[in-house]
Design a protein around this ligand. Structure first.
Ligand code: NAD
Length: 359
């Protein structure tokens, strides 16, 4: 069966890691007709826009995309192309597995966690009031009127909306994910003891949804500060974590740290009927065009994509080939070597070649 998939190479190191991932996914034996579209710096040069409409149209049509990282330009009015894609396509769930691989240096072994982050609300909704603007002064006055609490007039304000709808939706997604992926436990992470009216809604929704799965999946709750310590001390006690947007963002980087860094961590942004797969790392502009960076995170994002399109056997083959290359530690990029200046480190495409040779 032929799969039509949108490929967004991205910018910075994006095109290099996307090329490596594309080659590996194809070599795993799936028939893919890629629709390659430009977003990011290249799109500005060709279309005068950082996120041209044809990118969103292509994903809407094909329902699945593999995306390289894209720089967040400063001062263009665009908060982030990545956030804009998630919002425009309703990709409400961000799934970030954190799994240990032999050969990747880390103080921890055998980590196998999945972070499920709510993608649409919270402080990431982008509702902000700038310091000194008349509307900010008006908001400060209203807050004082309704809460009798004073806010300094020289403050900026970011709004944190959390709804019942989105909280129930992400909690259900997390439990369904746990069921489908043979997971045993879901932990809802929050700060509802302090933010009773926003995180409180999130926690209440998670508790309600958990009841529907009580016979199959264990449910636990954890306060985000305590969770940060627990993840460092006893990461193996956890399985699937479901979090509001901001805590999800922070703890997914923490979990990437547990497994050896950003070069290894894959991700997926999933909506009702669409999904975009991308590495957790950014476009690392200083390495652009050097064929130097680690393609693992992007290749593992390709593995997640293959599972999503029901190509589980190809996904297993590709993950196993990657595991072999990582465990052998020979044909790997500089960041996976004991010393970063190790002259035996290979380039991005050469690491992909080694993985393909092991398929
Ligand atoms: P980054 O992840 O791009 O890079 C930080 C550092 O991590 C790099 O300097 C490098 O040392 C290391 N690194 C990252 N990817 C690596 C890889 N594949 N192999 C080896 N080392 C790797 O983070 P940044 O420098 O904060 O962000 C650069 C740009 O990327 C920013 O504009 C940011 O907004 C954007 N960004 C995009 C995405 C996305 O597209 N989803 C995600 C995060 C950041």
């Amino acid at each position: 069966m032929e799969h039509k998939i949108t490929l967004i190479p991205g910018d910075g190191i994006g095109p290099e890691v996307a090329r490596a991932a594309r080659r590996c996914v194809e070599a795993a034996g799936v028939n893919i007709a890629w629709e390659v579209v430009a977003a990011g710096q290249d799109a500005i040069e060709d279309y005068g826009e950082i996120l041209p409409q044809n990118v969103l149209d292509s994903i809407k049509k094909n329902k699945v995309a593999l995306k390289g990282p894209i720089i967040t330009p400063i001062g263009t009015g665009f908060r982030s192309v990545n956030v804009a894609i998630r919002h425009a396509l309703g990709l409400f769930a961000c799934v970030r597995p954190a799994k240990s691989y032999i050969g990747v240096r880390s103080p921890y072994k055998d980590i196998d966690l999945v972070i499920i982050r709510e993608n649409s609300e919270d402080l990431y909704a982008g509702i902000e009031f700038e310091e000194g603007k008349p509307e900010t002064a008006e908001l400060i006055a209203s807050i004082e009127k309704y809460t009798h609490k004073k806010i300094r007039p020289d403050s900026g304000i970011s709004i944190k909306p959390i709804s019942k709808f989105a909280s129930e939706r992400i909690a259900r997604f997390a439990f369904e994910y746990a069921l489908k992926n043979n997971r045993r436990k879901v932990t809802a992470v929050h700060k509802a003891n302090i933010m009773k009216f926003s995180d409180g809604i999130f926690l209440k929704a998670a508790r309600e949804v958990a009841k529907d799965y009580a016979d199959r999946i264990i449910f636990e709750e954890a306060i985000v500060d305590n969770m940060s310590m627990q993840l460092v001390q006893k990461p193996k006690d956890y399985d699937v974590l479901v979090l509001p947007n901001l805590y999800g963002d922070i703890l997914s980087d923490l979990c990437a740290g547990l497994i050896g860094g950003l070069g290894i961590a894959p991700g997926a942004n999933i909506g009702e009927d669409m999904a975009v797969f991308e590495a957790v790392h950014g476009s690392a502009p200083k390495y652009k065009g050097m064929n130097k960076v680690n393609p693992t995170a992007m290749i593992l994002s390709g593995v997640l994509m293959l599972r999503h399109i029901n190509e589980g056997k190809a996904a297993d083959r590709l993950e196993n080939a990657l595991k072999k290359v990582l465990a052998e530690g020979k044909s790997v990029t500089y960041d996976l070597k004991m010393r970063r200046d190790d002259p035996t480190a290979v380039g991005t495409q050469e690491m992909a070649d080694a993985i393909i040779a092991n398929l």
